[in-house]
Design a protein around this ligand. Structure first.
Ligand code: PNS
Length: 161
């Protein structure tokens, strides 16, 4: 059975993340979406909220599990008995950062490989940070994130758009 980890902050989940999740689910038997619990990153949403939003957005998929984690990604992958990590690549600007993490992870955990999926072109510009920045100033973000996420962002920023 091929189990893979798709890790991230997902603060909040966007259509770009969901594109990678849906495509990964067709490739692997089980996809574990690992939600980083790291308060040092000062997330807008708690890890519980981020997990809940991912669960809602993926409820139609049968081979996905949403699991929070803290600490090192390679330790989490080993705990989950997964030897493949999936990451999305949006543009060349992602490449250097992703390459560095993938290379160092493979140095310390040679049994774990990172596989990159290129983000579908319509989401190549999209990031959680951009969504939050627009929402904070009242721009409607329904084209970027699922409706449940829109509602939660509105609550956070006390905005009606
Ligand atoms: O969605 P993000 O913020 O781009 O995801 C980054 C993530 C969670 C994949 C990365 O920060 C990570 O793996 N963090 C866990 C800590 C870790 O393993 N660090 C070692 C590599 S420097």
């Amino acid at each position: 059975m091929l189990r893979a980890i798709y890790p991230g902050s997902f603060d909040p989940v966007t259509y770009g993340h969901l594109d990678i999740i849906r495509r990964s689910c067709k490739i692997v038997d089980e996809l574990v979406v690992g939600v980083l619990n790291n308060n040092a990153k000062m997330p807008l949403f708690s890890v519980e909220e981020r997990v809940k939003m991912l669960e809602e957005a993926t409820k139609d998929l049968t081979n996905v599990r949403i699991v929070p984690f803290h600490g090192l990604l390679i330790d989490f992958a080993r705990q989950m008995d997964a030897f493949v990590i999936i990451r999305g690549l949006r543009a060349i600007t992602d490449f250097e950062y992703e390459l560095q993490i993938a290379q160092s992870n493979r140095k310390v955990a040679p049994e774990i490989d990172t596989v990159f999926l290129t983000t579908s072109i319509e989401y190549a510009y999209l990031s959680s940070s951009i969504v939050k920045e627009y929402a904070r100033y009242g721009v409607d973000v329904t084209q970027f994130v699922p409706i449940e996420v829109v509602d939660r962002i509105k609550e956070k920023y006390n905005r009606a758009f």
